[in-house]
Design a protein around this ligand. Structure first.
Ligand SMILES: NC(=O)c1ccc[n+]([C@@H]2O[C@H](COP(=O)([O-])OP(=O)(O)OC[C@H]3O[C@@H](n4cnc5c(N)ncnc54)[C@H](O)[C@@H]3O)[C@@H](O)[C@H]2O)c1
Length: 320
């Protein structure tokens, strides 16, 4: 049985991944570590919860020692749009934080899962069917920390034998915890606005294609890659994973099939538009499919149905 520490546990992915890990490995075996974001009651009451700062190595080591942790899901990070506003802080959280986690993992023999991102690619990367191994010259602080993080995780595996693994997540769509300031946040906001106001003003241009994934698939990817037989893994860190490649108008059209009065217009945010244009339109995730049988369950149609059903229940708004 694993003993797991989750950093960034109160965030968009962490809040749901922690609960899924608790269900799978037992509540007491999954230690949730937050920072400033307030955890919800479910997270607080279902198992151990502590506040840490991943920039302070002692706070990470203390958790690992106290609970005899053998696996770290390291989700603490600043996301792309926030990282462009606070690049110095993003470097510290994303790089020093990861370095500290890897050092603790090396010292106490832990496995480590670290998500990379489509943000690890840049304007000179092939945009369509972006290969697993290709040019990575991102021009954002977020991207710089994600590429460096991928390399650092590879280094800790090769040099010290730390069992590091990870995926390059696309934009993650979910209804439980709001996203933390990424470029793909529109793909979550659009559902809230469709249900609450029947209209949405999108900050990305029509035709801006990006990879996306529904939260249950993001959780499945994180668990499956850590459970995969190490003998089968050639890439280890930073597997491309995707479930759909969509532009804003594709999501809007799918929503209109359920909420016909929904309308969308556009007011472009130049910062996030520039970031989006430097990222792939669609990734080739065949390495993940071959090496650990990655297979998403949700596409745009099934995700939209589930999002509208679950979110309208959460917001207590009836969709007729
Ligand atoms: N959500 C997405 O669409 C997406 C896409 C690609 C990759 N990712 C990656 O997945 C991981 C989790 O993303 P998320 O969307 O849940 O992010 P999020 O912003 O919702 O959560 C990150 C959490 O990290 C915590 N944190 C910030 N500074 C910290 C510090 N110094 N010490 C400890 N914790 C700190 C924050 O309190 C926050 O709750 C990140 O590495 C992110 O880059 C996310």
């Amino acid at each position: 049985m694993r003993k797991i520490l989750v950093t960034g546990a109160a965030g968009q992915i962490g809040s749901e991944l922690t609960m899924a890990l608790r269900e799978r490995y037992g509540n007491e075996n999954v230690i949730a570590a937050g920072h400033k974001t307030e955890p919800d009651n479910g997270l607080l009451e279902s198992g151990p919860f502590h506040f840490i700062d991943c920039r302070e190595i002692g706070t990470v080591a203390e958790m690992v020692k106290k609970y005899k942790v053998d696996t770290i899901y390291h989700l603490a990070a600043l996301l792309s749009a926030v990282a462009e506003e606070k690049p110095q802080l993003a470097w510290n959280v994303n790089m020093i934080g990861l370095y500290n986690v890897l050092e603790v993992a090396r010292t106490y023999q832990c496995s480590v899962f670290t998500p990379s991102s489509i943000g690890a690619f840049g304007p000179t990367t092939p945009l369509d069917k972006t290969p697993q191994d290709t040019i990575q010259r991102p021009n954002t602080m977020y991207g710089v920390t994600k590429v460096a993080g991928e390399l650092l995780c590879d280094y800790y595996f090769k040099r010290f034998g730390v069992d590091t693994r990870g995926v390059r997540y696309p934009g993650i769509v979910s209804y439980k915890t709001p996203p933390g300031g990424g470029t793909t946040d529109y793909a979550v906001e659009i559902y809230y606005h469709a249900i609450e106001h029947k209209k949405y003003t999108c900050y990305l241009k029509k035709g801006t294609y990006l990879d996306m994934m529904y939260m249950p698939d993001a959780i499945k990817a994180a668990i499956d890659v850590m459970e995969a037989s190490p003998a089968k893994l050639n890439h280890r860190n930073a597997f491309n994973v995707t479930a759909m490649s969509v532009a804003p108008e594709n999501i809007a059209a799918e929503i209109q099939r359920i909420i016909p009065e929904f309308t969308m217009d556009f007011t472009i945010d130049p910062l996030r538009q520039a970031i989006a244009e430097s990222w792939p339109n669609s990734m080739d995730d065949s390495a993940a499919r071959e090496e650990w049988e990655w297979q998403p369950e949700y596409d745009l149609v099934s995700m939209t149905h589930d999002m509208i059903e679950k979110l309208s229940q959460k917001l207590r708004i009836r969709i007729s």
